[in-house]
Design a protein around this ligand. Structure first.
Ligand code: ZN
Ligand code: ZN
Ligand code: FE
Length: 753
């Protein structure tokens, strides 16, 4: 008896070798029928014995290609037509395109084998790829996703590539970026004027320069990297000076796990994150001593390490040393993607440029993650993850969410799918504003989303807010911390109200003051502020972010007025004039902005202990304070809770005072840091339990940039354990402002409904 079944498969099933997989599976089971790409995914009809059809259905999801993501399979029964053989049918474009664009993927093992096989036609070919690997998102100009709509368009396939492309049994069947040394893009090594640097092979030439201590700009998947020998103090120091980057750690890339293990501790979970197809930068505890220059990650406990993910990297690193691989930009600018543009912008930074003739259409920075409690915690979600969607609980109108000001990421939502963009960066330079607009336009086109409304931050002066208002669309303004918590609600599909704890640096509050340590009762539709960290006056407002000493003075002033305690190293360190001016500002309350920011609390403690008295990059004082914490030091400081205007207030000036007094008694900073972290976590947990009990809430959601501090997050989770409260925090998305767009989108949807 024969039966015929139609399977409509939705998800990431185009450009990932799905149809050839279906062809092989059907053929091996001796089933007849066809597979065809549609606007929504792949439609399959198979005909044969019921037992084999069942096997087909089971193995379709169980054995799907590594890069595919099946969201749904709709099955319907048809009458058998007596078809013979299985075919792949060319797509008939119709209806609304919802097929998903795949992310860029690290070179697969099969391609690596060919790359190093002297008998393979693609031996040492730096642009080798197949349907299981290679560039996708960064080369797609338009949909549908076929070669003519990518930056591979100028490269006409040669005869042998063409036959691989047409053969369903081949690993390169319909691999759109397919290429070989005869027909594909080429690599060259040039100087800033674009003149060739002579060498027998551009990669070997680049390696020679790197080993001689030079800085080389290398074109990767989503943009240029700046590379230098990570063992050389001189080279790394020169890179810092030229890139205008003082102390922020550089990422490194090594040939393999074994090499990474020589300078950092790697758990099995960290190893699988490092080797995943997404290949993020993974934060790893340093090994001491290690052979890496101190200049790579000064004052940090971690190295951010990654493995090669393009054939160029694989060739460059074959037995090579660990290299610094940092974004090819000057500090605060977006990553360079175009050859000519890179040579111009990085002329004073790089000694040479290893550039490929395959264009990058859209920039995409390396993603950053760490392992927390055995699971990945994403800190920057970009290359490898983007544009895989986050699935929302409910359908609704198409919309655009423009994100926040720092670490900007935008989101386009279509149906239930929320597509978060790559990391765009801080919206502070003309280049990043241009990248922001370009990304929105491109995503809207390729995903075929026509936004009916736009969501933005409540801050009236953010560039993103002004942009949102400039569109002829209804605008939904979403409070910053509400968006942080809403992102968790959306990611975890939490139903009902939660108690949100949002801890970060800065966000515009519903009352016009600066928030940053908030207890919010919220669902997607709305928020109510029910508690916060104690409000202190920040001298000079946001300017104090760059001057943690001044923030420390604000906390000191709250306890001691202008009469500072004796023997304060901070007071001796500061310029006497500056000290006087700041105290006067605080005393007279001029140019002071009140804030409940948790980030500023960390700044103040870090500065008063002398851990970090300056911030050369965002979050530096807090990161370094966490970095030194000695968790073997016992006890915790007390954080009293007060009640004010119907809200719980965590008396963080008292917490600060405990840390200060311990410090003045001569206690070492690592012990003070641990007690401070524990005291803060205990205070937050106590307030959370109290508020949940009063308000009848069962679920706590944690988010905000301070949750990147896994010491704090871990202590908070411990302290909430056994309370009977469910606790969630972001996992697929960063807890920092890189996840805000999802929250904005979810809130806008809920308000429209
Ligand atoms: Zn491959
Ligand atoms: Zn070819
Ligand atoms: Fe934030």
């Amino acid at each position: 008896m024969r039966k015929r079944t139609r399977l409509e498969v939705e998800g990431v099933v185009q450009g990932v070798g799905f149809r050839p997989f279906v062809w092989r599976l059907a053929t091996s089971l001796d089933l007849a029928g066809f597979a065809r790409n549609t606007g929504r995914g792949v439609t399959i009809e198979v005909e044969g014995s019921p037992r084999r059809l069942r096997a087909f259905h089971r193995r379709l999801t169980a054995e799907a290609p590594p890069l595919s993501r099946i969201q749904t399979v709709k099955v319907s029964e048809l009458a058998p037509v007596g078809e013979e053989g299985f075919r792949i049918v060319e797509s008939a474009a119709s209806g609304r395109a919802t097929a998903l664009i795949p992310p860029d993927v690290a070179t697969c093992d099969d391609c690596l084998r060919e790359l190093f096989d002297a008998h393979d036609p693609r031996h040492r070919y730096p642009f080798i790829n197949c349907t299981n690997c290679g560039p996708r998102y960064t080369i797609i100009r338009a949909v549908p996703y076929d070669r003519s709509n990518t930056t591979m368009r100028p490269f006409a396939l040669c005869g042998s590539c063409e036959s691989e492309y047409r053969d369903p049994a081949n690993r390169r069947y319909h691999a759109e970026p397919l290429a070989c040394p005869r027909c594909g893009p080429k690599l060259s090594l040039v100087n800033a004027r674009g003149e060739a640097i002579s060498s027998d092979d551009p990669i070997r030439g680049a390696r020679t320069l790197l080993l001689a201590g030079r800085i080389v700009a290398i074109k990767g998947l989503g943009g240029f990297h700046l590379a230098c020998d990570a063992r050389s103090d001189d080279a790394v120091r020169r890179l810092r000076q030229r890139k205008l980057r003082e102390e922020k750690p550089f990422a490194v890339m090594s040939a393999d796990l074994e090499e990474i293990r020589s300078y950092a501790h790697v758990s099995s979970e960290e190893a699988s994150l490092l080797t995943s197809p997404e290949r993020p930068i993974v934060l790893l505890e340093k090994r001491l001593p290690n052979g890496i220059s101190r200049e790579v990650a000064p004052r940090s406990r971690f190295f951010g390490a990654m493995l090669p993910y393009t054939p160029i990297h694989a060739l460059l690193f074959d037995d090579g040393p660990t290299l610094v691989m940092t974004s090819g930009n000057l500090t605060d600018e977006p990553i360079a993607i175009d050859n000519a543009e890179a040579r111009k912008r990085l002329a004073d930074v790089a000694d040479a440029f290893l550039e490929g003739s395959r264009d990058i259409f859209l920039s995409n920075d390396d993603s950053v993650a760490r392992v927390f409690r055995g699971k990945p915690l994403i800190l920057r979600r970009s290359r490898g993850y983007v544009p895989r969607p986050v699935t929302l609980a409910a359908d609704g109108e198409d919309l655009l969410a423009v994100g926040a000001h720092l670490k900007n990421v935008v989101a386009l939502v279509k149906g239930k799918d929320a597509f978060l963009s790559q990391h765009i960066g801080d919206l502070e330079t003309a280049e990043s504003l241009a990248a922001f607009k370009r990304t929105i336009t491109h995503l809207a086109q390729t995903l075929e989303v026509a936004p009916r409304l736009v969501a933005c931050d409540l801050h009236p002066d953010y560039f993103s807010t002004r942009y949102a208002r400039s569109l002829a669309l209804p605008v939904v303004e979403v409070q910053h911390h509400h968006a942080h918590i809403a992102a968790v609600i959306a990611e975890k599909r939490i139903e009902g109200k939660v108690l949100g704890i949002a801890l970060d640096g800065t966000g515009y509050g519903s009352d016009g003051t600066i928030w940053g340590g908030e207890f919010l009762v919220c669902d997607l539709a709305g928020l109510e502020r029910v508690g916060h960290l104690e409000v202190v006056k920040l001298p000079g407002g946001d300017a104090s972010i760059k001057h943690p000493n001044r923030t420390a003075l604000a906390y000191l002033h709250a306890s001691f007025g202008t009469d500072l305690p004796q023997g304060l190293a901070l007071a001796e360190r500061m310029d006497a004039g500056e000290l006087r001016t700041v105290l006067e500002m605080l005393d007279k309350n001029v140019r002071c902005i009140p804030t409940s920011s948790c980030g500023r609390l960390f700044d103040a403690v870090s500065a008063v202990l002398g851990v970090a008295d300056h911030a050369s990059y965002e979050g530096q004082p807090a990161i370094e304070l966490e970095g030194i914490a000695d968790l073997d030091a016992s006890s915790a400081y007390e954080t009293p809770i007060a009640e004010k205007n119907g809200m719980l207030v965590l008396r963080t000036t008292e917490l600060f005072k405990h840390a200060l007094l311990d410090h003045l008694r001569g206690e070492q900073a690592p012990a003070v840091s641990a007690r401070f972290h524990r005291g803060l976590a205990a205070g937050l947990a106590r307030a959370a339990k109290e508020l949940s009990a009063r308000l009848g809430l069962k679920h706590v959601a944690l988010s905000g940039g301070c949750m990147q501090n896994t010491t704090l997050l871990g202590m908070l989770l411990d302290a909430l354990e056994g309370s009977g409260l469910a606790v969630s925090y972001p996992e697929q998305l960063p807890p920092n402002d890189g996840g805000i767009a999802l929250g904005q989108a979810a809130v806008a949807r809920a308000r429209q409904a």
